[in-house]
Write a protein that binds this ligand. Structure first.
Ligand SMILES: CC(C)(COP(=O)(O)OP(=O)(O)OC[C@H]1O[C@@H](n2cnc3c(N)ncnc32)[C@H](O)[C@@H]1OP(=O)(O)O)[C@@H](O)C(=O)NCCC(=O)NCCS
Length: 276
């Protein structure tokens, strides 16, 4: 995909016209991919030059993420999805990634299994209702530029990768809570809706309850909140279910190569299923 507004619009139209998501969300996502030098979006074109398929590869050091694999419905079942996936995998491996990760839909899973990906864990897709923006968020507070290094360190501890340059793009909308002088939890609102959110294990009941309120305000999209805590984050799963969230499905997290050294019990919500 060319890193131009036209390139972004073509890729967005392919996905949205094919029945996957909405313009507001996908336009923001592909705009982000075009601006982020660590992401590379691949498109396939049909004989008339129209975009027929997309896939995105993003690098964080030795770890790569694949996302937004999509093939126009009328062109499926001819190997295009497999080729787009292989392209992203080789791009990441050539760039030095010894671990390639993705969150898989039912349709994508057979492709990834054939390419050697193994299920690591599952994200739980939970849907709840938003809270009014006036809700009390203390002990969380808005993060300042001086918190940037601490936010980067927290995300590194939780994800296992250095994703600082990426997160710093969104930190105008970040909230955090400290414990013993260091940042123990944070949520960062994202341009495509929702929020990245993480909290180290060992939080007090007050901090945990505030995290749920934070997500239900900062991470809301209109009247709804969609969250993807991994299976290991029992605290998030219990608290969200007790707050009326309903489980819609589970989404396997799959890996090719080195397994992740991350803290899944601290992940409340990834940045997106395509970025980890
Ligand atoms: C997932 C998706 C990208 C797959 O695209 P696709 O082009 O149909 O993928 P492929 O053709 O490579 O593989 C799909 C099937 O076609 C078969 N196939 C592969 N090569 C083929 C060929 N040359 N001729 C005929 N069939 C072929 C595969 O065996 C596979 O069948 P199976 O899954 O029943 O075993 C597509 O279904 C899609 O866009 N889905 C919606 C978005 C989505 O879920 N994306 C995945 C995100 S993780």
């Amino acid at each position: 995909m060319t890193r131009t507004p036209e390139g972004v619009l073509e890729a967005t139209a392919c996905v949205v016209d094919g029945g996957w998501g909405n313009y507001r969300q996908f336009h923001a996502i592909f705009t982000f991919y075009a601006a982020n030098r660590r992401s590379r979006t691949f498109v396939a074109r049909d004989s008339e030059g129209r975009v027929a398929a997309t896939s995105v590869a993003t690098r964080y050091g030795r770890t790569g993420w694949i996302g937004h694999l999509f093939v126009r419905p009328e062109l499926r079942g001819h190997g295009l999805g497999t080729r787009m996936t292989s392209l992203s995998v080789s791009h990441l491996q050539r760039a030095g990634c010894d671990s390639v990760l993705l969150a898989s839909t039912e349709l994508g899973r057979p492709i990834y299994e054939r390419l050697g990906f193994k299920v690591e864990t599952s994200y739980h897709e939970l849907r709840g209702t938003a809270l009014p923006k006036t809700v009390e968020l203390a002990p969380y507070r808005p993060l300042m530029p001086s918190d940037r290094a601490a936010l980067r360190e927290l995300d590194k501890q939780v994800s296992g990768d250095d994703r600082g340059p990426l997160l710093s793009r969104f930190e105008d909308f970040a909230w955090g809570v400290s414990r013993g002088g260091s940042l123990a939890g944070a949520a960062v609102a994202l341009p495509w809706g929702g929020a990245w959110a993480a909290m180290l294990p060992g939080a007090s009941d007050a901090d945990s309850a505030a995290m749920v309120r934070l997500i239900r305000t900062v991470g809301s999209v209109g009247p709804e909140v969609i969250m993807y805590p991994p299976d290991e984050n029992r605290l998030a799963l219990d608290l969200l279910r007790n707050s009326g969230f309903e489980e819609l499905r589970t989404v396997p997290r799959m890996v090719l190569g080195r397994r992740s050294e991350w803290l899944p019990a601290a992940v409340w919500n990834p940045m997106s299923l395509g970025l980890g």
